[in-house]
Write a protein that binds this ligand. Sequence first.
Ligand code: AMP
Ligand code: ZN
Length: 470
Amino acid sequence: MAGFNLYNTLTKKTEEFKPNENGKVRMYTCGPTVYHFAHIGNLRSYIMEDVLEKYLRYMGYDVKRVMNITDVGHLTSDADSGEDKMLKGAKREHKTVMEIAEFYRKAFFDDCARLNIKTPDVIEPATNCIPGFIHMIEGLLSKGYAYEAGGNVYFDTSKLKEYYVLSSQNEEYLKTGVRDDVEEDLNKRNKTDFVLWFTKSKFDEQELKWESPWGTGYPGWHIECSYISIKHLGEYLDIHCGGVDNIFPHHTNEIAQSEAYLGHKWCNYWFHVQHLNDQTGKMSKSKGVFLTIPVLEEKGYNPLVYRMFCLQSHYRKPLLFSFDVLDNVKTTYEKLVNKVTALGTDGELEKNDIEEYKKHFNEALGNDLNTSQALTVLYDVLKSGLNDASKRFIVEDFDKVLSLGLLGGNAPAKEISKDLAGLAEKLIAERNEARKNKDFAKADAIRAELASKGIEIKDTREGTVWSLAR
Ligand code: AMP
Ligand code: ZN
């Protein structure tokens, strides 16, 4: 197995990755909060985590990856204030929380499928695990790491030897960094304490509530990930992933609870993906306007062009999104696919050269997942004097990790031609006009016409989105 050097947020160093058990990797990923579509920033994190998982598998590790689905407990501020995001989504769409959860969970995995992101081995919605959260909170209370106040249960951060193990956050940051809509909670003994279980009257309108020893209520967001990870991956986790905004407070609090509960070190490697930014800063749902995969498709981009856009940058560098750059990547991607498609099958496999290129590919990814360097190795292969059979063999091999659908093995999204995209836009505009005039027969006829061209449409609050039928 080749050496794999990976930056670890916990030690703030690039170190050789060594799992607890030889040949096995236990990997946990914070899943989406399913109150809205995932934006392409969220998906940058999931694309790079997918590359990480696939590279571990490529090296021969037996990986078990678990992801939660946050369908309760995540408030609009990552600290414990504001409104529950799920409730906010339900109000926005006049639906129940569970309807919202179901719809956006499906939308998330549709996006993942279009981006060739592998489905995790275990997907666990938080609402499935309420008795488990309660059990873990009872454990923390009995060990003296938690207290009840004002009806809620809080984690007592002053009981830890060190709280900021992951980040260099300090009191000053807390005063400024998490300022957005943070109301001071007078029940907290220390400013950094956080809620494990909510019952406070403030959350009376919360739709989903469960009985607990502390009254009817619901769990805090952080306890979800600690419990779900331990439930499926045991007491010793190899690697935990998320976007950099998760470092504090979410992952810091996960470590606090898990280690207090288990009584020993929990997770060895912390992998964090930097943000995707737009001209106004970090892409975020709270800004109201954000880009999604269906929107990119609507504009005529194959989702795998966006995957390639992400792979061209290092995951630890902030990435600025622009359509100009995406257009360049689109051209590069199309050329790459055309070149690969044109490869024949002639020739004997040139084993020594193949090994040499694989070595370079491993050197690139083994160097803190340098995906842009890995792409360069792929171009080198295509430019080389190797015969077509050898080139094809290598492309297929590298695409197990890159997953750009180069040989069709990864269910590539179908190419959308500019003409088809133009036609779809035109017909959707006509259909909207017909609907406005209550001419539903015409609207239905247009939908049927689109379907006959292989175009599926979906009416959302954000307008009608279209995609190619799969
Ligand atoms: P959420 O659905 O808000 O819980 O976020 C899902 C994932 O996306 C988390 O791992 C976040 O850290 C990550 N994330 C949020 N915003 C961005 C962004 N602009 N760029 C990259 N990752 C992000
Ligand atoms: Zn989490």
